[in-house]
Structure formats: C-alpha cells, structure tokens
Design a protein around this ligand. Structure first.
Ligand code: NAD
Ligand code: GLY
Length: 352
C-alpha cells in the first residue's frame, strides 16, 4: 500500500491500495468507539455500503447509513439539508465521524455536511471513482451546487484521512473511469510531462496505482502551498473555467471529467493561437485525451459558455482568472478582463 502525507494545517494521510475497505483497522488512527455515519449514493451504497459498515462495526463503532440518489443533480441544498437532518436524527455528536464512500459528488456533499454540522466534525474520504481518488478526496474543498452555478455553497474542511481502495475501480463504468483520466491528464500538464506521456500511451493499466499516487502527490503539493486557494492552488483549475460552464449548460448531463477535458483542449488551442505556447502543447494534450476516448470539442455555443462564466467563482469584478499552459509541465494564471475572454477563447473553441 502507498501512503502520501498532506501537510495542511491539520496534516492527514492518503492511503492507496488493494483490499483497503476491509483493512480499515490497520490504516486509520486509533479512535474511541463512536457513531459513524456512512454517506454514499444509491449505486455505491448497494455495491460497497455493507462492506464499509462491517469494517467500522468490526472496529467497535456503531454505524448509521445515509444513501441518496446518484448524480451531480443531487449535489444540492436539498440533499445537504436531508443529510444534516439525518445526522441530527441519528444523534451524531462532535466526537463522531462522517464517512464519505463514493465519487466526488458524495465526497463534496458529505464533506460540506461535516464542515457545518455542529460547526464542524471529523470526516473520512473513501473515494471509489478514479476522479475522487486523484482529485476531489484530497484538499478539503467541499461544496454543493445552486441552480445559479456549480459549487456555489461550500467550505474548506480537510478530512481526517483518505482511504482509497483501488479494487473499487473494477466496478466503474468506462465513462466514469475516464473522467478520472481527464484529471490525471491535468496533473501531467501542470507538473509531470512523463505522466502525460504515460497517459497518452496505449496501456497504462498496470501503472494505475502509480498514477493515483503521483496525482495525489502533485495535488497535495498545490494544496500545501495554498490551502485556501488564494494563489498557486488556482492552477488546479486548468480546464475548469470552460469545463464548469459546459457542465452547467448541459444541466450536468456532461460529467465533470469530460467537461474538463474539453476545457483543457479549448484553453490549450487558444494559448497556442495567442503565441503563449507552441502548437505541440495542445497537440500533446489532445492526443492524451482523445487516446482515452475523452471529448475535445463542444456542443454549446461560445456565447452561451461565456454567459455562464460571468457567474464563475473565479471571476473577481471585471477580471476572470484563467489557467493557461505555457509548456507541458508549466502553467500560469492569467487575469483577463472578462470582456476579452470571448476573443481569446474563440480560436481554441471547436463545435462538435
Ligand atoms: P460521481 O460522484 O457522480 O460518481 C460518478 C458515478 O459513478 C455515480 O453514478 C456513482 O454512483 C458511480 N460510482 C462511484 N463509484 C463507483 C464504483 N466504484 N463502481 C460503480 N459505480 C460507481 O462523480 P465523480 O466523477 O466521482 O465526481 C465528480 C464530482 O466531483 C463533481 O461534482 C465535481 O465538481 C467534484 N469535484 C470536486 C473536487 C474537489 O476538490 N472537491 C475536485 C474535482 C471534482
Ligand atoms: N479541484 C481543484 C482544487 O481542489 O483546488
């Protein structure tokens, strides 16, 4: 098993390996018997809920379970309220524990509930999608969406630990698995050209655990440098400005990783057209994405994307901050007047 320490204000460990769901006792810091609320969406609850509950019972904890309908459309205030009321009805106290078992939707929802319930209680991330393993479970960003925009209600709240049982990836539908590949491509572009090459190669299945560990290390480094996302951590938003707009335009039918893939392709092509990077930069990014069946062209007009971007969290007054690749392994933040965004993106935008 691999371990990566994330040295935030309260440091924690990410443990990655096979069979970890049933070996929690070896991994987690010793804890007095407590009440554990396991939060999972309906699909993950039926696949892994019993196993997770048994593992915590074996450690002497009492378990209650909250299952909610899967999908981004349920990462909302209604589910947050339902979860908070469930925690209260289940008498969780400040010394108890929330456990998020699932993808990024579950982690974001359960993490936000942990941040605000009783002004904050401990929670554990147990990611079961590749995307959650390499991205959303690490770094303490928690959120739900509003009809007006994605992740618009949230908090920074670091987990107590992250436990990633890589065996759970075996049940992932292909489209969900490749959502995670999009985020791994992002880390390659940000910080590791070798990993980008590996992701572009035909068969990296045998290196998946390494990809998870390396991605967590890269994300951890950005989070440690800038836990509250006021500076360098914003580089992790590569592809996300356009990506979030695509998700919202689609009513969240386009999954996060697919939307980020298109967003990265658009920004890289735009950067090359503006002379910020060479043409081989978008070419390499697009080859890695397309080679993994990820999309690089968009179903929505540039005008409709720009309209949504006006409400983006990354907007500060009349400026929007964009992450732009200069080389593979080196990206930079550009603060651009929002009025110039359409003309900057236009050469990179391609309609499907
Ligand atoms: P998700 O949580 O919706 O999971 C995708 C689907 O896979 C769901 O239907 C789920 O039921 C199913 N699933 C999960 N694990 C499974 C398994 N092992 N086997 C079979 N099916 C399984 O989506 P996601 O792609 O994991 O996460 C996307 C979310 O993460 C978005 O809301 C995004 O905004 C958020 N996100 C957050 C951060 C952060 O830093 N907090 C970072 C990146 C993404
Ligand atoms: N997913 C971006 C971040 O955690 O900062």
């Amino acid at each position: 098993m691999d371990k990566v320490t994330i040295s935030t204000g309260r440091p924690y460990q990410v443990t990655i390996g096979s069979g970890l769901l049933s070996r929690l006792g070896e991994i987690l810091p010793p804890r007095q018997s407590c009440r554990v609320a396991i939060v999972a969406d309906d699909i993950v609850d039926s696949l892994y809920g019993d196993q997770a509950a048994a593992a915590f019972r074996q450690q002497g904890h009492s378990v209650c379970r909250f299952a909610f309908p899967h999908g981004e459309a349920n990462k909302n205030m209604q589910q947050l309220t339902a979860l908070l009321r469930f925690l209260a009805a289940s008498h969780l106290s400040r010394s108890d524990l929330i456990v998020a078992v699932g993808g990024g939707v579950t982690g974001d929802l359960a993490g936000l509930a942990a941040a605000v319930y009783l002004r904050g209680i401990d929670y554990l991330q147990m990611p079961t999608t590749l995307l959650a393993a390499i991205d959303s479970s690490v770094g303490g960003k928690t959120a739900v969406d509003l009809p007006e925009g994605k992740n618009q209600v949230g908090a920074f709240w670091q987990p107590l630990a992250v436990v990633c049982d890589t065996d759970t990836f075996a049940t992932l539908p292909e489209t969900v698995f490749i959502d995670g590949i999009a985020e791994a491509v992002k880390y390659g572009v940000l910080a590791d050209p070798t990993m980008l090459d590996l992701l572009a190669s035909a068969d990296f299945g045998s290196r998946l655990s390494w990809i998870v560990r390396r991605s967590v290390e890269i994300k951890g480094r950005f989070v440690e440098e800038d836990e509250r996302d006021t500076g360098s951590r914003q580089l992790l938003n590569l592809g996300h400005t356009v990506g979030h707009a695509i998700e919202q335009c689609s009513g969240y039918a386009v999954p996060h990783g697919h939307a980020v893939a298109i967003g990265m392709a658009v920004i890289a092509r735009a950067a090359a057209a503006a002379g910020i990077c060479r043409d081989d930069v978008p070419q390499q990014i697009i080859a890695a994405l397309v080679g993994n069946q990820l999309p690089v062209d968009c179903d929505y007009s540039l005008d409709s994307l720009i309209e949504v971007i006006q409400t983006d969290k990354k907007r500060r007054g009349d400026l929007i901050s964009l992450v732009v690749p200069e080389q593979i392994g080196l990206c930079r933040l550009y603060n651009m007047p929002i009025t110039e965004l359409a003309s900057f993106l236009a050469p990179g935008y391609k309609r499907r």
